[in-house]
Design a protein around this ligand. Structure first.
Ligand code: MG
Length: 394
C-alpha cells in the first residue's frame, strides 16, 4: 500500500504568540513543523511526506525543513479544508493508495498510532484516531449551567486521519462550496464513507496556545541531559603580522602556523563541543591531510560542530575558553572574541566566557614559541536511552 503523509501547515494563526505561526515556532531548538514531520519521515510504512503551507511562508518552510530533502510544498487556500483539498489534488500524479492527513501543530505522534490508523484502512476507507472524553460535559448559557451532556459515544478526534486516497479526494471535491468542516473525517461522513475509530494518544495533542507550547518545551527540556566536553589545542608561532584567535584577527608581530588558519581558540572550542557529543575530534571531521582545509577559516569547523549539536536536537548552554600566551594581550580583544564566538554558535554573548592567562614565561608559551587554548562546552542533549520517541527531532 503506497502511503503519503500530507502535513497541513498552512495556518497563519498567531494565537500561540511569538509573532510567527505556531508551526514555525521553535520547540526545544527545533521548529514545530520539523518535529511534526519527524514521525512520518521515520515511519517505514510512509512512502513520502508532502507539506501544505500558506502563501508567503516559503522562507519559513525552507528554514524549518533544511536538509530534509522534501518535495516542493503545496500552497494552500483560505480555509483548512481548501488547503487539504489542494494538497490532495497535488498528489494525483503520484497515485497513492492511502493518505494520512495530519495537522502540523501535533508534533509528537507516536509511530504506533500511525500503525493503528494504517491497519484500520485495510477494513474501512477511513480511520480516525480518537481519545475518550474524560471530563463531565456541561451545556452552559449566560455563565450558568444548563444541563449535563452524556459522554456516551463521544470521542475527541485527532490526526493523522487516514483515508483511501481516491475516496477522500472525491469527498473533498464533492464538498467544494458546501459548509466548511473542521476535519477530514467530517467530509468522509458527508460522503457516506465509513470511518473506523482507532485509539489515539495524549502525546499527539494539538499545540494551540502559548501555554501549550510552554508546557511542551518544559516537557522536552526535562528530558535533556547535560554533557560537558573539553578541548585543548596548540599552534606554533611563525612570522606574520596578525594572529587569528577566537575568530578575530589580532595585530601582532607573529602569526599562528597550521594547516588551516590555525585559530587555536576555535579549534579548542570545536573539540570541546565534539567531546560533549562524543563524536570524534576536529582532525577526524576535517583531516589535515585534506587539501580543501588548507588555510580554511576555522569558524567553519566550529559552525559544523554546532550543526551536529542541533542535528541531535541539542543546544549549547555555555562555552568557556582559556587562551594561554604571553602576548598578544587578550584583554583588549575579549569582547570582540566573545561576540564573534556567540555569533558563530548562534547563542547569546552571556553564554560565552573568554579568559586568558600566561605561564609566567615558562615553557613553550612562556618562550612565545606557541599559543595554547583549552575550552569546556556544556551541552543539553536528548538522551536516546531515556527519551520517549515523541521527544526526538530529525
Ligand atoms: Mg589546531
Amino acid at each position: 500500500m503506497k502511503t503519503i503523509a500530507l502535513i497541513v501547515a498552512a495556518g497563519r494563526g498567531e494565537r500561540a504568540g511569538g509573532g510567527a505561526p505556531k508551526q514555525y515556532r521553535r520547540l526545544a531548538g527545533l521548529p514545530v513543523l520539523r518535529r511534526s514531520l519527524s514521525p512520518f519521515l521515520a515511519h517505514p510504512r510512509v512512502d513520502a511526506v508532502r507539506v501544505v503551507i500558506a502563501d508567503g511562508q516559503h522562507d519559513a518552510y525552507a528554514e524549518a525543513t533544511a536538509g530534509l530533502n522534501l518535495p516542493e510544498p503545496v500552497v494552500g487556500g483560505a480555509e483548512r479544508q481548501d488547503s487539504v483539498r489542494l494538497g490532495l489534488e497535488a498528489l494525483a500524479d503520484q497515485r497513492p493508495d492511502a493518505v494520512l492527513i495530519h495537522d502540523a501543530a501535533r508534533p509528537f505522534v507516536p509511530a504506533a498510532m500511525i500503525d493503528r490508523v494504517l491497519d484500520a484502512l485495510a477494513g474501512a476507507p477511513g480511520a480516525l484516531p480518537v481519545l475518550p472524553v474524560v471530563d463531565t460535559l456541561k451545556r452552559g448559557a449566560n455563565g450558568f449551567v444548563g444541563d449535563t451532556v452524556s459522554r456516551d459515544g463521544l470521542w475527541r478526534a485527532q490526526t493523522p486521519q487516514g483515508f483511501r486516497y481516491a475516496e477522500i479526494l472525491d469527498a473533498h471535491r464533492a464538498a467544494l462550496g458546501g459548509p466548511a468542516a473542521t476535519d477530514d473525517a467530517a467530509l468522509a461522513e458527508r460522503a457516506g464513507l465509513a470511518v473506523a475509530l482507532v485509539e489515539g494518544s495524549e502525546d499527539a495533542a494539538k499545540l494551540t496556545t502559548a501555554e501549550d507550547l510552554a508546557r511542551a518545551e518544559a516537557r522536552l527540556s526535562a528530558l535533556l541531559e547535560t554533557r560537558v566536553g573539553t578541548g585543548f589545542d596548540v599552534h606554533r608561532i611563525g612570522p606574520g603580522d596578525a594572529m587569528m584567535l577566537g575568530g578575530v584577527a589580532i595585530p601582532h608581530d607573529g602569526a599562528l602556523v597550521g594547516h588551516s588558519d590555525a585559530d587555536v581558540a576555535l579549534h579548542a572550542l570545536t573539540d570541546a563541543i565534539l567531546g560533549g557529543l562524543a563524536d570524534g575530534d576536529i582532525g577526524a571531521h576535517f583531516p589535515p591531510s585534506d587539501p580543501q582545509w588548507r588555510g580554511a577559516a576555522s569558524d567553519r569547523f566550529l559552525a559544523d560542530a554546532v550543526r551536529r549539536v542541533h542535528a541531535r536536537g541539542g543546544r549549547i548552554r555555555h562555552l568557556d575558553l582559556t587562551i594561554i600566551c604571553e602576548r598578544p594581550k587578550i584583554g583588549p580583544h575579549r569582547d570582540a572574541i566573545r561576540t564573534r564566538i556567540a555569533s558563530i554558535c548562534g547563542i547569546a554573548v552571556d553564554r560565552v566566557s573568554v579568559k586568558a592567562t600566561t605561564t609566567e614565561r615558562l615553557g613553550f608559551t612562556g618562550r612565545q614559541e606557541g599559543v595554547a587554548a583549552q575550552a569546556a562546552a556544556t551541552l543539553a542533549l536528548p538522551s536516546d536511552d531515556r527519551d520517549p520517541e515523541w521527544s526526538r527531532g530529525v
